[in-house]
Design a protein around this ligand. Structure first.
Ligand SMILES: [Zn+2]
Length: 82
């Protein structure tokens, strides 16, 4: 699998993404938001709360790849299994 150009779903910057079956979605590398995973189900019509980017930074600080998921409660960020 090779990275493909894609706009960051959080900030719209030109970023790269790579498909990840482990994440059930994609792993993004954004020059502004950094590296994070996102499930395909969360990508559709994503409206991320303003706190999302802070959540990403917090999980990275603890050595996790942050993973953006969406469930009935809405968008949330958790530690990815990487
Ligand atoms: Zn971004």
């Amino acid at each position: 699998m090779f990275p493909e150009p894609a706009n960051c779903p959080l900030c719209g910057s030109a970023a790269e993404r790579i498909r990840s079956s482990q994440l059930r979605g994609f792993r993004y590398s954004c020059p502004s938001c950094g590296s994070f995973g996102i499930e395909s189900a969360a990508l559709v019509g994503l409206v991320a709360p303003a706190s999302t980017r802070q959540d990403l930074a917090r999980f990275r600080a603890y050595g996790h790849l942050p993973l953006i998921q969406r469930d009935k409660q809405g968008v949330r960020v958790g530690p990815g299994r990487v």
